[in-house]
Design a protein around this ligand. Structure first.
Ligand code: NAD
Length: 348
């Protein structure tokens, strides 16, 4: 038996919990906003300690998606789904039940792969709903696109800080030599930037250093090395009370999600004179890419890549808002997103 329960949450359009005794599925879907369009956000599978933790996460993530899509100029709202469990629980019935749950939103929520869910899982979801993107044979692996979009955000930031967008002769501290960090480092090095890289897996860092003629430091050192730009491309929360006074950079531009441990750390960076490129603005190219699947006629890579240029122009606008209003770039990005949502609301 499948039990679906509505959970009223102020400021959210629709939040639901599902429990399917047969497959063991216990999940939440949150639609934060559909003001700009259907709420798109991935399906995360995570071993949450309890339901409260999962609910808190789905609310936070779905709201984040609203801001990310709004900043990227996409006609998309913000949504997310989280499943409580781990990859060992995966089964056909599990994702079929999840497909039915997505379908029950009637298109106001569109899902995609996320942490611990894969393209093949979405293939099963797609047997029950058409409201799923990121399927095999369509827009493909988002990481190279995310790296490119982050590089465009870097260009805007270098222009703002140094009056030139060139990486040549500047030093970049890359934390995380994974799918995005390795390609981002490549773009920078090709333009003459010097790479310092760290990863908890030394061989990943060594590989990137070899490819970019860079050097490796330990993960402990990367946040305090002398550099022009610190580039967090690993996990979130790397800008926090313990690290903030150690940064020796002029700017922070990386792909990791939720880089500021708390919102106030954005203000601290401003006080320190470090230009911060808000994570959800510069790492939006994966979303821009997958959004293109929804266009009439289907995915067109050239158009998707062209649309990523908005990251660069949006960053310039966000810097201008930050300067004019005397606020952090993180708050400026939120205002930029809210203005777009408010203007659409006002015209309705
Ligand atoms: P990934 O798992 O391929 O790479 C992350 C790398 O960071 C790994 O090599 C890992 O060993 C390393 N790492 C982990 N902890 C570290 C630490 N403390 N110090 C140094 N290195 C550490 O992930 P990815 O796909 O490259 O994504 C990187 C970040 O960008 C993540 O925060 C992700 O949420 C975000 N992001 C990715 C995409 C995308 O398209 N892949 C899109 C938007 C945001």
């Amino acid at each position: 038996m499948v039990e679906v329960t509505d959970i009223p949450v102020e400021g959210y359009e629709s939040v639901k919990r599902v429990y399917d005794a047969e497959s063991g599925l216990l999940a939440f879907i949150s639609v934060h906003s559909t003001v700009l369009g259907p709420a798109l956000g991935g399906m995360r599978l995570w071993n949450y300690a309890n339901e409260d933790e999962a609910l808190t996460d789905v609310l936070r993530l779905s709201k984040g998606m609203t801001y990310k899509a709004a900043c990227a100029g996409l006609n998309l709202g913000g949504g997310k789904s989280v499943i409580i469990g781990d990859p060992s629980m995966k089964s056909q019935a599990f994702f079929e039940a999840m497909g039915d749950f997505v379908e029950s939103f009637g298109g106001s929520y569109i899902t995609a792969e996320d942490v611990n869910t894969k393209v093949e899982d979405m293939g099963i979801v797609a047997t029950r709903t058409k409201h799923v993107v990121g399927l095999a044979g369509k827009s493909g692996n988002p990481s190279p696109k995310t790296a490119w979009g982050t590089f465009l955000g870097l260009k805007a930031t270098l222009q703002d800080v140094y009056g030139s967008d060139s990486c040549a002769g500047k030093t970049f501290a890359i934390e995380g030599a994974g799918s995005v960090g390795s390609i981002y480092a490549d773009y920078i090095a090709k333009e003459g930037g010097k790479i310092i890289v760290a990863d908890i897996f030394d061989e990943s860092a060594q590989r990137v250093a070899a490819a970019t003629n860079g050097i490796v430091v330990s993960p402990d050192e990367i946040r305090s090395v002398e550099c022009d730009v610190y580039a967090p491309c690993a996990l979130g929360g790397s800008i926090n009370d313990d690290t903030i006074s150690n940064f020796k950079c002029k700017a922070i531009v990386g792909a990791a999600n939720n880089q500021l441990l708390e919102e106030r750390h954005g203000d601290d960076l401003r006080d320190l004179g470090i230009r911060y490129a808000p994570d959800y603005v510069v790492n939006a190219a994966g979303l821009i890419n997958v959004y293109d699947e929804m266009a009439d006629g289907g995915y067109n890579e050239e158009r998707a890549v062209e649309n990523m240029n908005s990251i660069r122009t949006n960053m310039h606008e966000i810097f201008a808002i930050s300067n004019e209003e005397g606020i952090s770039t993180a708050t400026a990005a939120d205002r930029f997103a809210e203005r777009r949502i408010d203007s659409v609301l006002a015209s309705k």
